[in-house]
Design a protein around this ligand. Structure first.
Ligand SMILES: [Zn+2]
Length: 149
């Protein structure tokens, strides 16, 4: 599905708001800056990236080359990482990564074995399903209104 730039921005904002609430970080004190990039580094095939700049400032980079459906899933995945930063579960200090207080040498552990990724994968489907449900309801409403007129 092709989307207008402004619709895309609105969708991103709506997803972040809903996911923050679902992940119970909507009351947490942090700032999230979101970028779209067509040149996002394809780290292990990812279409998104979340990074902590400080304890309370995080960035999220989203690929501008993905469609609406994929975008929702990517935001869901990255928001789980934002939750991990906000709750102090995942910390990056210099080149070191700490998960639940335990130090991980990222290069020594396979990407697919990172526990913070398991957390993200296990929650991204459930989160994105919430948005898909809202969208399909809106779509039904729209189609019904079209039939009436
Ligand atoms: Zn991830």
């Amino acid at each position: 599905m092709e989307m207008r730039q402004s619709d895309r921005k609105m969708l991103i904002e709506a997803c972040i708001k809903l996911f923050a609430k679902e992940l119970k970080i909507d009351k947490n004190d942090f700032t999230l800056i979101v970028f779209s990039s067509k040149d996002i580094v394809q780290v292990e095939g990812a279409n998104g990236m979340a990074s902590p700049i400080t304890d309370k400032l995080y960035t999220m980079v989203l690929s501008s080359r993905i469609d609406c459906e994929k975008l929702i899933e990517v935001i869901a995945h990255e928001m789980v990482h934002i939750k991990q930063f906000a709750k102090g579960q995942l910390k990056r200090i210099g080149r070191q990564t700490f998960w639940m207080g335990k130090r991980y040498v990222r290069s020594k552990v396979n990407y697919y074995d990172h526990p913070w990724e398991h957390d993200a994968w296990s929650k991204e489907k459930f989160l994105s399903a919430k948005i898909f449900k809202i969208l399909s309801k809106e779509n039904e409403k729209f189609e019904r209104s079209q039939r009436k007129s």
